[in-house]
Write a protein that binds this ligand. Sequence first.
Ligand SMILES: Nc1ncnc2c1ncn2[C@@H]1O[C@H](COP(=O)(O)OP(=O)(O)OP(=O)(O)O)[C@@H](O)[C@H]1O
Length: 570
Amino acid sequence: MLPFLKPPAFYESFLYLALFWIVLATSWNLLSGYAGYFSFGHGAFFGAGVYTSATLAAKFNWPFLWTLPVAALVAAVIGVAVGSVAFRVRGVRGELFALLTLAVTFVLATIIGNSPLDGGQGVYLNAVPVPSLGPSATSSLFLMMVVAAVVTMLVSWAVWHSRFGAGLFAIHDDEDAAEVMGVPTFRWKLGALALSCALAGWAGGIHALFVSYITTPEIFNITVPLTVVLMSILGGSRHWAGPAAGAVAITCLLFAFTGSQYAVMGKGLIGAILVAGILFMPQGVMGKLWRRRAVRAPLPASPQRGEEEVKELPPPLGEGGGGGSPEAPILLTVKGLSKSFRGLKALNNVTLEVRQGEILGLLGPNGSGKSTFINVVSGHFLPDGGEVWLDGKNIAGLPAHRIAQAGIARTYQIPRPFTQMSVLDNVAIAAMYAGKGLPTMEAGRNEARQWLAFAHLESKADSLPGDLNLHQRKFLELARALASRPRLVLLDEVLCGLTPTEIQSAVQLIKRIRDQGTTIVFVEHVMDAVMALTDRIVVFDQGLLLAEGAPQEVMQRPAVVEAYLGLAHA
Ligand SMILES: Nc1ncnc2c1ncn2[C@@H]1O[C@H](COP(=O)(O)OP(=O)(O)OP(=O)(O)O)[C@@H](O)[C@H]1O
């Protein structure tokens, strides 16, 4: 309303700048804060918007407002083009991604600077009429940026609260585990990048008219990415409003000091405030406030249930039946599966079947290929050869999230929770993305509560995984694996590191999982548990399937004894 109350052009310009930085910092945060892909390329996407609007308005005489959606589109297309290459390469994460995006800024600046778009002369927009949205030109520019900032904040809020946002946070904490939980990581990162670029491009378009003369060194410089990074970190990059808070704080600080006679001292003071903020509040202002509120007011509706109630939970998972009987139908068929690491055959032409409802023990000495089997079947590693049939479909080589959606869940030998998400949300991710998948956060959390109760972790729903002991973290892995109601669960040494009492309770839990109708492949070294739980075992040695059959009988075969204890004992 400011422009209509008085003609305060000064405040309009100042607030314009605050809003401008809110859009840039908040849009940057959609990919870099939420999904943890630090980009130094925001200047490129913003710059693409600046030059698109400037060219269309100044050289092709388009009405200015029409240029803005095109500016957003061009920036998004450039972002998607960069992302579809960068996100395909596993190694391009962290600092490599930051450097790659920075390089894009310089490449784009060079191309534009040497093309007719700029030609090294810059582009003047003095002759472009400012759309008359308010009583003056500055007020119209201010109002355009108000709209962009409101939309950007709404997008940030909506993503933060959505299933999509939860998927991005999971990618941030552990991308490989997120993919295995069913999150389509490639598409999600690309979606976040496209949104982020479109919003930056939109702001760039408006800014072209605001500055009215643009040059490539001014637009494509390191200031934009550095400033948005600082703003987001100071405000809190894991909160939807964090970057906006940082943008307002830094714009006010810059304004308060640069105009006065203490300008140099002021800049030093801003630097000191930033250093102190980052040192003492690494999660940012909003991150700190939000966490404190979350601790004071736990997530809603986590009723305490007793043992009796837990026993009724939850509804059946899989087809059940069979219970490991030889007549039970085959659920999974593995044919000639192979995987090598630099010449070392970790899996060598393995062929086996898993029957519906059984607990199949997967045994073998250290390094025999058990974890590799789980990693290949769950899609964590691509196989070198062979087939994995589930429901008449060969799933070998499919992306891990497609395998999770097909009904195969797994745990990790060393638990890999999403460290900055609550225990409840850790489980909700699997409920929302793996198996059939639930459409909303609320449905995911409701389902997750059942599985936390099943694993006796309900009272820990609001904690962070770092607050759990090893035993509880292993049970969290189980709850996550079950929350998607999988048809087959691959358990990788869930008992490793537990005390005898904890092993007892884990064994009971695994029995209850099977009673729910889920088929289990159980990798374990704890022999008592293997004998107590498994219907059948297979033994691996040096990547080869050595033996297969009833547990007692197989463990007495000389070849198996030799593999475990050496020739002298066979
Ligand atoms: N990512 C990897 N890169 C290189 N080599 C690997 C990788 N993963 C496994 N290996 C190698 O493959 C072989 C099989 O390893 P794997 O972890 O599957 O064995 P395991 O039977 O699960 O052993 P353990 O019981 O100790 O967990 C080992 O020689 C291991 O060093």
